[in-house]
Design a binder for this molecule. Sequence first.
Ligand SMILES: [Zn+2]
Length: 340
Amino acid sequence: MFGRRSFIFGSATTAVLGLASGVEASDQITVVTTTGMIADAARQVGGDVITVQVLMGPGVDPHTYRQTRSDIVALTRADLVLWHGLYLEAQMEVLMADLARKRPVVAVAEALPRDVLLGHDDYADKFDPHVWMVPTLWADVVAEVCRALTEVAPQHADHFAARAAAHTAELNRLAAYATAQLLAVPEPARVLVTAHDAFGYFGAAYGFEVIGIQGISTESEVGLSRVRSLVELLVDRGIDAVFVESSVSDRNIRALIEGAAAKGHEVAIGGELFSDAMGPEGSYESTYIGMIDHNVTVIAAALGVAVPPRGLNGLLGLGSWHDHGIGQHRQHSPPLWCHW
Ligand SMILES: [Zn+2]
């Protein structure tokens, strides 16, 4: 979104270096990623020497996504494939293992140290994959993206390292904002009820109790008894805000609200959160920083904090979760770290 292809200087550099190392002069490094979050990390680190194609667009659920025929074509032509791993792309595991025998394929979240990963009751021998919810964890993923790019294109090592460092500084700024806003939520109100269990790391980092109607993956169906017991919980604890997710149907959340209403307890939708996919293409919320800024700001606001208008960078869609407009933020200047 920051016009990364328009930097002629960068392209010329690529061409010269490309020739020097025997690569076709016109060739950029083609990176294919599964999720939008990983695509953003690749763009932040790679800048204009790479071309990024993302398989899962806004609103797409990675737990249930199956590759299309054109995805397979893109994957088999890529110079580098970046996927999340930790069983997030459950339907693509076999394909990725197969692909990894032929080309560079890196599961970027698998690089996180095991002691920072959380388990989950649903997954006896697996970790919770939703590590992007906490910017300091995501910084480790960005470092892994940098490592993977450097391995594929060592001639750009300095370029990648400088951009990764600059992006990490932005992630740290986001982390500080998130901590400040979320710790301002009064302790009894720190309960996050969402469609599925995507916020485990978020809860652990910011002291929230997290309740997902579905488990850690959206692959399972929700039973009536689960909805009933959650309705009881909302009523008993006086929880009056629940959150919907952009990549998961809101059917179960609406069943909760209706169930609570039948018992005389009014529950509102606190907002729509980006859990497993980012915002509309071209919007601030389609970047990782915009996505997390949105989530933090919406949650804190719904739970009683006087948040800054339009979030950390003043770029969030007009405070309304259903009309963050496509292309609304195109006119803003690139961040300072785009220093060409
Ligand atoms: Zn999920």
